[in-house]
Design a protein around this ligand. Structure first.
Ligand SMILES: [Zn+2]
Length: 400
């Protein structure tokens, strides 16, 4: 890493543009587990680079399998130790109710149960974890060496059931518990609009959906357009007045699947001031892998949820691994199209059956950072992609 890049950051700081005062050069601080940010060692800088991952599904392991996030989860892609080894300061965990697992009349109550499970694990973390709501809390926690967890609802069906007024009330309750984003849909279309994952993929934003977005913006809950149908994406981004996020989507022009963002979408998010966070799912990174995996998903579709997931993981693990370079390809493309201020990380760890080679779990994030650096991204670019962009989008919506 050249010192020129940091000179650039210094001049930003001196110009008053840097967000925080130079409270100790934490980058030069000796650490038992330097992690991703520690890779930037030797630099004299005003503030440690913040690393934020916008999406992981480890919550469901905790809630439905009794997994111990703090003590360690064998075979998982994420837990506290892996998070720390990867240098991740802030991790969004999904609040996700699987419609196949939970009857529709319990969607909202089950969402609250998952929120409470995260609150409980934080309470029992001996101060090593904290729940963060605002971007400044992520930074403050990192400064005292505490990792932050943040809450993102996956799927607007979590607001149900009930008439519109009741569902908006549920949204307010979730926001009060600290939820900072909500994907308008998951793989299932709902009363807000169509999903990219079912027959509602031609459906856009409904009247109720417009009310939901208005309420989200009032509450400081970022509109997340991962999983949205194309018409819903376009309707929602036109309706939104604040920056949106796609918390876990990759680039469609490299891998043509509906879950990824097209170049036109990437440019629209840039105009909106939002960010698209690359998803590490090999099926979204490589069309060959996607095609090879399709029959595996189909084969186990009718098994109980946990059994199907176990089998899909086993069978997918036998497919040829997708190289780490494919993640880099997607990030570089997204930067080329949307600009470096609009790209972020959204691993989808523990929500994806396999990972790219070399990025087996969250502890391997430094390997990705090295690969991005080798592809020519500057330290300033990395700082934005690793966390600053996600924190900026959060901050733009904050009402706290
Ligand atoms: Zn998802």
């Amino acid at each position: 890493m050249g010192s020129v890049a940091w000179l650039g950051l210094w001049s930003l700081f001196l110009a008053g543009l840097f967000p925080a005062p130079p409270a100790g050069f934490e980058g030069a601080r000796p650490s038992a587990s330097p992690g991703a940010a520690g890779k930037l060692e030797g630099a004299v800088r005003p503030e440690r680079v913040m690393v934020v991952d916008a999406h992981a599904d480890t919550t469901q392991r905790v809630v439905y399998q009794g997994a111990d996030f703090v003590g360690g989860i064998s075979g998982s892609q994420l837990d506290l130790a892996k998070m720390r080894a990867g240098g991740i300061d802030g991790q969004f965990l999904s609040i996700f109710v699987f419609p196949k697992r939970t009857p529709s009349e319990e969607f909202f109550s089950e969402s609250l149960r998952q929120v409470r499970a995260i609150q409980l694990l934080v309470a029992h973390s001996s101060g090593r974890l904290a729940l963060a709501r605002a971007a400044r809390e992520v930074r403050a926690n990192a400064k005292r060496d505490v990792a932050s967890l943040l809450l993102g609802v996956e799927g607007g069906h979590s607001l149900g059931p009930g008439p519109p007024a009741a569902q908006l009330g549920h949204l307010r309750s979730l926001a009060a518990q600290g939820v900072r984003y909500m994907t308008l849909t998951w793989t299932n279309s709902n009363a807000i609009g169509g999903s990219s994952g079912d027959s509602g993929d031609g459906q856009g934003l409904t009247g109720f959906g417009r009310q939901v977005i208005d309420e989200m913006e009032k509450l400081g809950v970022v509109v997340d357009l991962s999983h949205a149908s194309d018409p819903l994406f376009w309707d929602a981004i036109r309706h939104a007045t604040k920056p949106v996020i796609l918390s876990h989507s990759s680039a469609r022009s490299l891998t043509n699947v509906p879950r990824n963002a097209s170049d036109a979408m990437l440019r629209a998010v840039a105009r909106n001031g939002g960010a698209v966070c690359v998803n590490y799912n090999p099926g979204f990174l490589d069309i060959g892998f996607n095609r090879a995996q399709a029959p595996i998903w189909a084969r186990y579709e009718n098994l109980p949820v946990d059994e199907a997931w176990r089998r899909v993981r086993e069978d997918s693990a036998r497919l040829p691994r997708v190289p780490l370079a494919r993640v880099v390809d997607h990030i570089v493309h997204m930067v080329d199209v949307a600009g470096v201020d609009h790209v972020c990380l959204g691993s989808d760890f523990d929500g994806i059956p396999t990972t790219p080679l070399g990025l087996d779990d969250a502890s391997r994030l430094p390997t990705l950072i090295t690969a991005l650096r080798e592809r020519g991204l500057s330290e300033g670019d990395l700082e934005k992609i690793l966390g600053a962009n996600t924190l900026r989008v959060l901050e733009a919506s904050e009402v706290l």
